[in-house]
Design a protein around this ligand. Sequence first.
Ligand code: AHR
Length: 872
Amino acid sequence: MPSQAGLPRRTVLTALGAASLAGTFAAAAPARAAERSGVATDATAADLPAAAAHWTFDEGSGTAAADASGNGHAAALQGAAGWDTGKVGAHSLNLTAGGDAAASGPALDTSKAFSVAAWVNLSQLGGYQTAVSIDGKVVSAFYLGLRDDTGTFAFARLDSDATQGAAVAAAASAPTTGTWTHLVGVSDPSAGVTRLYVNGVLEGQADYTAGWAGTGDTAIGRALYGGGHVDQWHGLIDDVWMFPTALTSDQVATLAGVPVESTTPLLSVDVAHPAHAVSPILPGLMFEDINHSGEGGIYAELVQNRSMMASDTSPVHWSAVGGTTLALDTTTPLNDVLTRSLKVVLPTGTGPGNRAGVANDGFWGIPVRPRTTYTARLFAKASRRIGPLTVAIESADGATVYASAHVPHIGTAFPGRPFELTLRTGSGAPVTGDARLTVTTADPTASGETLWLQHVSLFPPTYNNRPNGLRIDLMEKLVALKPKFLRFPGGNFLEGNTIATRFNWKNTIGPVWERPGHMDDAWGYWSTDGLGLLEYLQWVEDMHAQPVLAVFAGYTLKGEHVTGDALKPYIQDALDEIEYVTGPVTSTWGAKRAADGHPKPFPLEFVEIGNEDWFDSSGSYDARFTAFHDAIKAKYPHLKLIATTTVTSRTPDLIDEHYYLAPSAAQAATHKYDNRDRASTKVFVGEWAAQEGRPTPDLNAALGDAAWLAGLIRNSDQVLMECYAPLFSHVKNNVWATNLIAYDNVTSYVSPSYWAQHMLTSKLGNTVLPATARALPAVATVATRAGNRLYLAVVNSGTEKATVPIELKGLPKGVRKNATATVLTGPSRTTTNTLASPDTLAPRTSTVTGAAARFTSTVPALSVTVLELTLA
Ligand code: AHR
């Protein structure tokens, strides 16, 4: 494991007495806009700048809304737009039945600093609904309104007048219907920021520098995207202002008509009223063979193309030693599934001093360590009885042999079981990834003869000493995360490009030399399926986790979909698979599992039907899910079934949602599940990641991941399970950019996202406490409690340190002043870990003092902090 040792990075706690807290709540005086609105306040108006436009919507009849700023931007009501009772003044714009109000041309120069404010009242939630915007040619220059991806109010801007991802300043609070909410969007490209205020409180902030001028119409109640009018607003809009400046917080409070002191930063935790239990099965892992995650990854086999099946045309990864001629020979199969062997014609002159044979280059080299025991297994035969056959781990140039062993004789037929050899490196062996495996003979009687090889395998020591097992360093990193489950075997790997290349579990059990393997065409390399169903289950067992078994559901990546009676064999395969996992030894498939070495049934609670079936444009998933559901529930009523997209004919126990987001979007989506209908189907977020960094995430992505995960934990009454994806990448085969853990053939390292997840899921109570971060737009948070331990996670995605006033409400007896702070931070968003510098970013733990019912914590810029407090 990467070291956690090192100098603590300080999180500063300052106890705040009542006096100092009162000091932060400065008194203020009445507000001009608030007076207009009739909102009771004792605040003084901060002076507002001259407006660029102001629509009061107080006309109450007709189809024109005047511009009260005097700048002549009168808006025309269109479509079903009408009038209703106002929030400010007598009337408001009513868009409940559709329509909008538009002023000709832009009321503002959006390439410069500006602010836009509106009172809004939604008649329905959901989707994208834009209250105010200014048209560009293709997209709006800004969008103030509701967003579907965050599920919240937001102020969003795009980098140019083209469809692309937006910089989103998203709200922290939930939108509701039938209530008036005050929104202010502030754009200040020269300061590099956009902000969203909700009811006077700064709730969202995003980095943004690309100010550009929208030259089209000013629209109230819709937006522009892809050149067309979109984002119809449903509900009321009132008192819309546009200012050619970036409003200050005090000016926003004035417009919203709220006291300044109710808009200052505060992180508030309600200790007395727990929200719900933390899902006991929340954090897990997702694995599929991608980026050589399995082959050349966690599956510890060191020989690449051991079964000679990876290419139909040449013995890839094998090369000649001593002048041999190599070919694939389909006339000498090992058995019905390994239907060819490697034919090695030994040169005349083979003999002492002239060894001849083959070499395998492994997965970018064969790794070597001193004092290490390796197990080789191989099938070999020759055109006459010859021997000995030497198996050696040696330097790439063959000059140095690190370990070797011999098969005394090989005959003229393949044996029933492979020859098995033990190779041990000495204390002088180097640590290197640059070795090769050779199989040679120097027997003079072999001169000019032919040798055939199949299933040439080499294993280093494995986790828990499992034969055909897993790589120790990678397993240790996974076990340290204490995952509750492993979702396997995919992902796209489950589906395959075609039915022939799906994960066909029946081909992945039994002796490894009786497994045909298949092309992992989703990710572009051969899978021996040595990492098969039993190996996955043993992996789960070794992590003390439970399986989430994904079964092939009749849909492939290239769109093949199986329906009707043709689906029956696949349903039967799934039933058989469940029986292999859970059946008694007296059952057909339970007996096979016992014969494979594991008589004890494995526990199984969750079965996932397919993967990402929202891609199935044929619409067949509903019927496919129903067919699998009914067959599985009939035989295994206790199993919980996971659907991979919405279905209507049956009610799944969980629905699997996947999110691959930009770091800023992940941060903005921390509130995604806050506002969910609590009665709807529970969620399994079976793949998610903030994507930035290659092959592993950088600090910026880790911050997005931490903010997102904080949201999942906060909502773990809804999101019962979650797992990041992808888990692994070999540094030499990084086809999917951002992955949690990376390695070469010798060493491995974990990413800052790994550490962020480790922190949030290991320092976690069993009850979620309500926690809100007010006017802390760069901060995401989650608070949990177990007994007298309170865990408060604070993610600061901003580039400034955050001074966070914290109040712990409802403490029974107070809190001990000493606390523990674990902090992950780094100098820049792009800082990351690498194979060469695996410990650049790692959490540091230190004792801090000053915790109290009200105190201030100063958390570093770009940081994840977990405060561990002890209740008195
Ligand atoms: O995690 C990588 C891929 O992303 C998975 O195979 C697939 O399910 C998703 O599209």
